[in-house]
Design a binder for this molecule. Structure first.
Ligand code: 13P
Length: 261
């Protein structure tokens, strides 16, 4: 597996774009990255399943552009109509996969144990999981943010070794900030990221905690990225809406590239 770069920017296209639009966006992002981003900043495009092979083809040979899935099934194989396994993802060349996104927890009832099972299968197939966690507005207002995140983190990651954790990317996505235009302030996000890193230290040791990318996601845009990325424990982003347009995604990448070396 490749060594961990702590800085990383991931796009989550969610259920958007036609194949043609996806191909155009990929080509534009690759071209613009080559001409405008001088730093070695890994970009991960998390695309709908049917586009994985096309996007992998268009990014082939690009050392800093990787391709991810947005989900994976929690069983290795079997009679699970409509599902996609980690082995299938690996067989087409997928390098990353999002797991535990709040949309999947909320709309598809994904449980902490299923998320742990997904992570185990991904690691077995040498795919890096992007593990998402986040609190709702209600939980934040009740002062439960850190308690909720601790439960989510321990519920899905506690069973892994430090060596396995070294392959996992963490993404803090406050549910109240996703798709709402309401971003966590740099101070709010930094406070949570520092707390998450402290928990990683407690469970997996300082070396792993220091090397783990902890991304921020939730209405991350061209005009608020720089403030967030200036925080010491915010290592990058998981970008939804703003990743669907080359310009906004590249502006966000440039803001992060300042810190990538
Ligand atoms: P938005 O950037 O559209 O708020 O989405 C964030 C997200 O959920 C990324 O996974």
């Amino acid at each position: 597996m490749p060594a961990t770069h702590r800085k990383l920017l991931a796009a989550n296209w969610k259920m958007h774009l036609s194949l043609q639009e996806a191909q155009e966006l990929t080509s534009e992002v690759v071209q613009t990255y080559q001409t405008e981003i001088a730093a070695p900043l890994p970009l991960v495009l998390c695309v709908p399943f049917p586009y994985l092979s096309h996007v992998l083809h268009l990014t082939k040979g690009e050392p800093f552009v990787a391709v991810g899935a947005q989900n994976v099934h929690h069983k290795a194989e079997g009679a699970y109509t409509g599902e996609v396994s980690a082995q299938m993802l690996r067989s087409v060349g997928t390098q990353y996969a999002v797991v535990g996104h709040s949309e999947r927890r909320q709309y598809f009832g994904e449980t902490p144990q299923q998320i742990a099972d997904k992570i185990a299968l991904l690691l077995e197939h040498r795919i890096r999981p992007i593990f998402c966690l986040g609190e709702t507005l209600e939980e934040r207002e009740a002062g439960q943010t850190i308690a909720v995140l601790t439960t989510q983190l321990e519920g899905s990651l506690a069973g892994f070794t430090a060596e396995q954790m070294a392959q996992i990317v963490v993404a803090y996505e406050p549910v109240w900030a996703i798709g709402t235009g309401r971003t966590a302030s740099p101070e709010q996000a930094q406070e949570v990221h520092a707390a998450l890193r402290a928990q990683l230290t407690a469970h997996f040791g300082d070396d792993v905690a220091q090397a783990t990318p902890i991304l921020y996601g939730g209405s991350l845009k061209a005009d608020n990225a720089a403030g967030l990325f200036a925080q010491p424990d915010i290592d990058g982003g998981l970008v939804g809406g703003a990743s669907l347009h080359t310009r906004s995604f590249i502006i966000i990448a440039k803001a992060l590239a300042t810190y990538a070396h």
